[in-house]
Design a protein around this ligand. Structure first.
Ligand code: SAM
Length: 348
């Protein structure tokens, strides 16, 4: 899946076809200003104000305590982007966005959009990264407040894929112990435990994450079966033949190939015979572009922010095979374009 310029009239269609349209301006100024407008409207409570019913710009401004004229211009921009509708001087929220941009929705992305204000600044350092090759390694430099925003954001991103994964993960019969590496908010563990009543999960997380992450998980009321262990997956002893399932979602993109290969070996040792090690992440294609726009952009983003990047199916399965595990059928996701979970089993 990728973003692209969509013509809105026959003249624009012809101009686009004839390469008369300066597409890079659409891909940059229109994309980044539009993106920031959606983030600003979320942050300022504009969508929440529109959720209750049609409003004039002045009414939205009064509810959000913002400037009426600037609020009107923001609303007009949202109409142009398809995030709001306008009729007879009154604005309404686009129906499809209610699922994503209202705080009370189970699929809310409101906290993720708040985190994107931090990501905005990180991405501003891209030129410097490409010049020097030096990544930002944001895990080692976040303040406690930024850790909180980060964990809330990960909850938003994980909510729907967690339900999808829980329904399709190959869990060995009678499985009792799950290790969720970098499991953050715990939703992947929680949904899997809900599906498999004999399962309990340990979430291994960095110290900075645990306070907020465990508070998010507590809201789900699964505290008796999902617990936290503060540690570091790269250095901690994971034990021998203890777990039926080890899962790592959106974490291997932070590690180097050597770290991932070594981690797979320690995980294979920690699995019971017949146990499963599943790696969930955006998959980079073997050749540039073949995997679509989302993994390509995410590869660069993770390289900038965390020193590593996305990995291909061959690379991930290579680490699993190197650890003596046998790759199983990959699980593709509808709720996250370009994302997949690659399970592999330890032979009995
Ligand atoms: C992008 S988040 C993914 C969270 C969750 N698994 C999900 O998919 O929504 C990455 C998480 O991995 C954790 N993490 C990063 N390096 C780690 C390490 N060496 N050991 C344990 N956790 C780690 C971070 O603290 C963070 O919560």
């Amino acid at each position: 899946m990728r973003l692209t310029a969509i013509p809105e009239s026959i003249i624009e269609r012809i101009a686009l076809w004839a390469n008369l349209v300066p597409v890079p301006l659409l891909d940059t100024q229109i994309a980044f200003t539009g993106a920031r407008a959606i983030m600003a409207a979320t942050e300022l409570g504009v969508f929440e104000a529109l959720a209750a019913g049609e409003r004039s710009a002045a009414e939205v401004a009064a509810e959000c305590r913002t400037d009426p004229r600037a609020t009107g211009q923001l609303l007009d921009c949202l109409v142009g982007l398809g995030y709001a509708r306008w009729r007879g001087g009154r604005y309404a929220m686009a129906k499809a966005q209610r699922k994503w941009l209202l705080r009370k929705s189970p699929s809310s992305m409101v906290d993720k959009l708040a985190f994107q204000a931090l990501e905005w600044d990180l991405v501003g350092k891209l030129e410097e990264f490409v010049r020097t090759g030096k990544p930002l390694d944001f895990h080692s430099s976040m303040s406690p407040e930024q850790w909180r925003i980060y964990q809330d954001a990960m909850r938003d991103v994980g909510a729907n894929p967690a339900v999808e994964l829980a329904g399709r993960m190959p869990v060995p019969p009678g499985a009792s112990r799950l290790l969720d590496i970098g499991g953050s908010h715990g939703l992947y563990s929680i949904e899997l435990c809900r599906r498999h009543p004999t399962l309990t999960s340990t979430i291994l997380e960095l110290p900075g994450a645990v306070d907020r992450a465990s508070a998010i998980a507590a809201r789900e009321g699964m505290g008796e079966r999902v617990s936290y262990q503060v540690g570091n997956a790269l250095t901690d002893d994971l034990g021998e033949a203890v777990f039926d399932v080890v899962m790592i979602n959106n974490v291997v993109h932070h590690f180097t190939p050597e770290q991932n290969a070594e981690l797979a070996r320690r995980i294979a040792r920690a699995l019971k015979p017949g146990g499963v090690y599943a790696v969930g992440d955006f998959l980079r294609s073997a050749s540039p572009g073949a995997g679509g726009g989302v993994p390509a952009v995410m590869d660069l983003y993770f390289a900038l922010t965390s020193s590593s990047g996305t990995w291909s199916r061959d690379e991930i399965e290579g680490w699993q095979r190197g650890a003596g595990l046998a790759p199983l059928k990959p699980i593709q996701f509808q709720s996250m374009p370009g994302w997949a979970s690659l399970p592999a089993a330890r032979p009995d």
